[in-house]
Design a protein around this ligand. Structure first.
Ligand SMILES: CC(C)(COP(=O)(O)OP(=O)(O)OC[C@H]1O[C@@H](n2cnc3c(N)ncnc32)[C@H](O)[C@@H]1OP(=O)(O)O)[C@@H](O)C(=O)NCCC(=O)NCCS
Length: 149
């Protein structure tokens, strides 16, 4: 089994956009193309990492700049058929390698407190819980990690 990760930048071509939207639909059934495209089109310095297993798209991780020094890791996930195989970890490593070569000093993400898988993955990759807030009435953690160069 070989995991490969590639980086897409915006604007994406139609083929890459199709891969991203199809994958996002497999991971988050409720995600609408309008929701995805608004951020891809309007947020600064968007990155979308796509992980493939033996050439088949299996997971993604998308982010954008929150400020000139803070990067927001917005949305990501792995197709349920490919979980616990290291795909999520490979995406995290690829994003953090990109961040090391970027202008950003801090990466931040928000996670539902019931999402134990994502919280564990984040903690395994150096994130700490730095705050909490309510997202549509559900408690979420703010998790942050310094970009170490
Ligand atoms: C969170 C998620 C991305 C993990 O992806 P994955 O490819 O299964 O993760 P990996 O196989 O790379 O796991 C790496 C580490 O993360 C942690 N982890 C992953 N899934 C876990 C789970 N279900 N329970 C506890 N820890 C978990 C473990 O520390 C794991 O290391 P290990 O396998 O050596 O124990 C995946 O479960 C997912 O897509 N969830 C739904 C989408 C989502 O919630 N996204 C976040 C909101 S944007």
């Amino acid at each position: 089994m070989t995991i490969g990760v590639r980086l897409l930048r915006c604007p994406m071509d139609a083929a890459d956009d199709g891969v991203f939207c199809e994958l996002a639909g497999r991971v988050f059934e409720e995600s609408s193309q309008d929701y995805l495209h608004w951020r891809l089109d309007n947020m600064p310095d968007v990155t979308v990492f796509i992980a493939s297993v033996d050439g088949v798209p299996a997971g993604f991780k998308a982010g954008y700049a929150a400020t000139g020094s803070r990067y927001y890791s917005w949305l990501g996930g792995v197709d349920p058929a490919w979980r616990r195989l290291g795909v999520g970890a490979a995406l995290m490593v690829a994003q953090h390698q990109w961040l090391m070569e970027s202008r950003y000093d801090l990466v931040e993400t928000h996670v539902d407190q019931e999402n134990t898988a994502m919280i564990a993955l984040n903690m395994a990759h150096g994130f700490e819980i730095t705050g909490m807030f309510l997202k549509r009435g559900k408690p979420n953690y703010i998790m942050q990690r310094n970009v170490v160069r």
